[in-house]
Design a protein around this ligand. Structure first.
Ligand code: ATP
Ligand code: MG
Length: 444
């Protein structure tokens, strides 16, 4: 028997307040209010999950999750600012200004004997059975996520040696890894995400089944995978998440077209492009700047779009038609995997379409792209391409310079360039035209 196998009646290790570092000073006021009100109304109330884990690691938790033995309706009666959400499993959301505290009721892991609750591959379809704290624990994913901070006496309950795993920086699935991954294949993505975010290692038995079971990720609804993709890539550790997804063979199930290129002859340059792009995303998060899934998907899908557009052009399509066709096809293929809502796919495609237009520096049409709502994103994307040798630095500088100028100067520059490029055109390739794929750093 595995040391994390569910053992009904297991007594937790209780780590008293003097033996751990969690201080209420580091818990949000809103979370404390919820915990205290539950407790004062006679319910059990615990902080659990990432909040406890991150506090033990002296990190700032992103959010605080609370569990209680109060049922959702009872929670709602205690808080006027409370909404019940979720159809399959009801959760209470208590709102304090912009902060939402999620309150869940203890749940039991469904019993493997109930076939109706699982798909034929073992995926859990229903897990809506209320339970007690000693049942709740076994349905959590990793030991480090299954530590319960008790508001009644400020102690931490540890049923699965989670604290030891925190100290040795180890991610270990609770229970039998194969069963737990089959129940919910998203756990394979979560383990990668936590390894990237926390800089933890995977326990060998937690790592080992991923190669074999990775394709179960394809059975997860695309909308849920979209959420998971954003957590992997838009929370400040995108580069590391990407590396780990590649290493564990999971990227192929999320971004198949991109993964195929990584395994092809241009693999090194594709990887460099994506990692530079993702490093930029990580940096923006570090600097508290906004990020959008449109730009993220642009980074991840561009290598495939670009190659498809090039091959369509080679077989006779006009450049702009080829780009529209390629971005449409690749986005459509991607949507069935990880979803990509229209409000992001449309701006992504616009960014792609604008890339070609940066090569045109003359006339009213050239000037107009500066008014395009995707101009700034498309420009940032062009800079990324230029850093990878896809666009001449001179062209990138020209557009940087243009943005510094007054409208009158811009107008002059666009028409001056008209004359200049008119002259050059007779000479050969336009000065600003993007280099063709064959001339890029990939050396293909
Ligand atoms: P963070 O919020 O920092 O991303 P977290 O561990 O709090 O990390 P959440 O997605 O907020 O992650 O989930 C809260 C807790 O719920 C987890 O710590 C874990 O105990 C449990 N949990 C979440 N998703 C799963 C899952 N797919 N399988 C099992 N338990 C899960
Ligand atoms: Mg959380």
């Amino acid at each position: 028997m595995n040391k994390t196998d569910p053992k009904p009646g297991t007594r937790p290790k209780i780590i008293s307040r003097s033996e751990h570092i969690i201080s209420r000073a580091n818990v949000s006021h809103s979370a404390l209010k919820v915990l205290y009100r539950l407790k004062n109304s006679g319910f059990a109330a615990f902080l659990v999950g990432g909040g406890v884990r991150d506090l033990l690691l002296e990190m700032h938790p992103k959010d605080f999750d609370i569990v209680t033995d109060a049922h959702p309706e009872q929670v709602r009666k205690l808080f006027s600012n409370c909404r019940l959400i979720g159809r399959r499993f009801r959760l209470a959301h208590v709102r304090f200004g912009g902060e939402i505290i999620e309150v869940a009721t203890f749940r039991a892991n469904i019993d493997g004997g109930d076939d109706r609750a699982r798909s034929d591959k073992g995926r859990i379809l229903r897990d809506n059975v209320y339970g007690t704290i000693d049942e709740d624990i076994w349905r959590r994913d990793f030991t480090v996520n299954a530590l319960y901070y008790n508001i009644a006496d400020f102690s931490v309950r540890d049923y699965t040696s989670g604290l030891e795993d925190i100290n040795s920086r180890t991610l270990r699935l609770i229970g039998d890894p194969r069963t737990r991954y089959r129940e919910d294949p998203v756990r394979m993505l979560r383990v990668v995400r936590f390894a990237a975010k926390l800089d933890f290692d995977l326990a060998p038995e937690t790592a080992e089944p991923i190669a074999e079971l990775g394709d179960h990720v394809r059975d997860v609804p695309p909308a849920r995978l979209f959420d998971e993709v954003l957590k992997l890539f838009q929370t400040g550790h995108a580069v590391r998440s990407f590396e780990l997804l590649v290493d564990y063979g999971l990227l192929r199930h999320l971004f198949p077209a991109t993964n195929a290129l990584l395994e092809g002859p241009d693999g090194a340059s594709v990887r460099r492009f994506i990692e530079l792009g993702l490093a930029g995303t990580d940096q923006r998060i570090e600097e508290d700047k906004p990020t959008t899934p449109a730009f993220l998907y642009a980074i991840l899908l561009w290598p495939a779009v670009r190659r498809l557009a090039e091959s369509l052009t080679a077989s006779g399509s006009r450049e702009y038609e080829a780009m529209a066709e390629a971005s449409g096809r690749i986005a459509a293929e991607q949507q069935v995997r990880t979803a990509l809502p229209k409000r992001f796919s449309v701006p992504m495609k616009e960014m792609f379409a604008l890339q070609r237009r940066f090569g045109i520096r003359r006339g009213a049409r050239a000037a107009k792209i500066m008014d395009h709502r995707q101009f700034r994103a498309a420009y940032d994307f062009m800079l990324l391409r230029s850093r990878c040798g896809e666009v001449e630095a001179e062209l990138a500088d020209w557009w940087a310079d243009m943005q510094q100028r007054s409208p009158a100067e811009q107008e002059q520059a666009f028409s001056l360039d008209k004359r200049r490029s008119g002259k050059r055109r007779r000479g050969g390739r336009r000065a600003g035209a993007p280099k063709p794929l064959s001339a890029d750093a990939s050396g293909s």
